[in-house]
Design a protein around this ligand. Sequence first.
Ligand SMILES: Cc1cc2nc3c(=O)[nH]c(=O)nc-3n(C[C@H](O)[C@H](O)[C@H](O)COP(=O)(O)OP(=O)(O)OC[C@H]3O[C@@H](n4cnc5c(N)ncnc54)[C@H](O)[C@@H]3O)c2cc1C
Length: 617
Amino acid sequence: MRKPQLPTADLDWRDPQRPYSRTRQRAMASGEAAWTRARTQVLDGLDLPRAWAGRRRYTLLLVGCELGHALACAWDTWRADPAAPARLDLLAVDDAPVARHDLQREFGEYHALAQAWPVLTPGWHRARLAGGGAHLTLAWGDLADTLPDWWAEVDGIVLDAEAPLPERAWTALARMAAPGARCAGAEVHRVAAQAHGFVPDGPATWAHRPRHRPSPPPGRIALAPTARTALVVGAGLAGAACAQALQREGLAVTVLEAGPTVAHGASGNPGGLFHGTLHPDDGPHARWNRAAALHLRQLLSSTPLPWRLDGLLRLVPESRPEDLVAQLTALALPADYVEALAPDAASTRSGLPLASPAWHYPGGGALAPADLVQQWLQSVDLRLNTPIDQCLPTDHGWAVLQAGRTLVQADLLVLAAGAALPRLLAPWDPGLAQLLTPQRGQVSWLDADTAARAARPQGPVAAGSYVLPLPDGRLVVGATAHDHDPEPALRPADHAANARAWQRLCGAPADLLPQQGRVAWRLLAPDRLPLVGGLVDPSAPSPVRATQASAWARRPGLVVCGAFGSRGITSSALAGELAAALALGLPVPVERGLVDALDPARFAVRALRRQPGVSKP
Ligand SMILES: Cc1cc2nc3c(=O)[nH]c(=O)nc-3n(C[C@H](O)[C@H](O)[C@H](O)COP(=O)(O)OP(=O)(O)OC[C@H]3O[C@@H](n4cnc5c(N)ncnc54)[C@H](O)[C@@H]3O)c2cc1C
């Protein structure tokens, strides 16, 4: 596992014209000098806006961000150009990034780039720039590790690195560069650029004209690159997130929902929690949850919702506060992502006497998932009371059927039916369908009058179970978890179990038993990570590198999104972005390792690896 240590630029602004990076031990250009340099790189070097004229999408990769002037210059140019592509992807990688407050100082507090600039945690960050259409994907980490981990095809590259790049980074750049992509850099990169298929095209600029360009592995070829229409089955968090991501790309999206309302399944609880996680190994779960939580946090800042609670406490019983501090220090995660609180600080924050230390996630919190679903589906063609019982491939895409009758057809089909997913995907991947576990969950709540007399924290408190004060005065406590349990009726025993969890968490009175609640089903994959991606196409020949999920060709035009377990609020927005990226061939919002970790083909590949005599990838 990679250790998430991230050096930051650590700027000293005593000379505002040339802020000094204590990490890089050199000054950075700012103000007019930096703008001039950015215009030379972006406008002259990449020949913008001429190079994007007539295109639907344009992707620019910046190697080394400095203070972000090249990003800001590209964004300004895109906004000012009425003929600019509908979508602009700004990708950047940096091994010692500047902080948001540095950008605020340079561009002003409310500049879109500063507003979208992420918390300085290692890994990939996806944000939308104000107004939509422009997407920012920032990868913080060592260049030689980070660039090879990227799935994206780029049209322009700006090398803002003064030192020569490692060979691994150049190999990755050559793989990512679209045919004809321009690269603007400095003389120091000339020899390496030419060795990797970039031919001179001006002073310190090159055009990518490789003699041979490796094709992407079959499992990473876009599933429906030319799709104009999409069907999404399920109007929960997963379906809504996919629908809005696809609609933003100009697809005509139809959402088919079995129930009489949106969020009819697990996404219909009155409130739920969202937050990242942390783990000493910083493995796929911690990295996915962090990336997803930070993405959601940025998105929520511009999403109008009826209510949202900011900040979440996750108690860590039987731990000492100093252990939490030591863990945070080892992971070097910043306080605006997570902080360690001693019991007295956690008590002050919650308004209740708490006996345990806690993680505090300032960007975590709580919201009503149905509000998010409604927001994402507000201008989508939505068909309620439309249960789908079959999906079939057609000559040009997929058709969905009800009682043997075709209802609608489209170029792309997204299966996002929550706990009903196994039934819909069974004909297409029976092995995967069998591995998934529907899990019954019951939340309970107290009415406002009763809750007012009880142990009611000021904000959400969790530790396995959770307690959530709703703005209408109700107090939600939950939730139970029973695998393969189909009982739809509320169970008094489950209310009692939720009440006990509330007592453990917040010292609630033992005689208060909730009488109301809701039952729904989560869907769990064996490794508790979501499923996002295509299904293996059994008609394709077995690949040589069969132990790599990316080597397996997929059924065209079909994407699966779901199995969010108990973290649907956190996961959905980024999962929707990833699903749309894999379907349409857009830059993916997370590193290659996480694309693999969420790939529905991962279980079949792991089973293969366990077979005797099969070599590991
Ligand atoms: C008790 C409980 C508490 C939870 N608490 C939290 C929490 O605090 N935080 C958190 O992040 N997550 C929580 N979760 C998990 C979260 O609710 C889920 O991960 C998330 O809602 C799943 O979203 P989804 O869109 O995949 O599924 P769903 O929300 O279930 O949506 C699937 C939709 O598909 C529809 N559908 C199904 N079959 C068909 C069909 N054949 N045709 C058409 N439509 C169909 C369903 O009607 C449904 O509307 C909780 C879950 C439960 C059960």
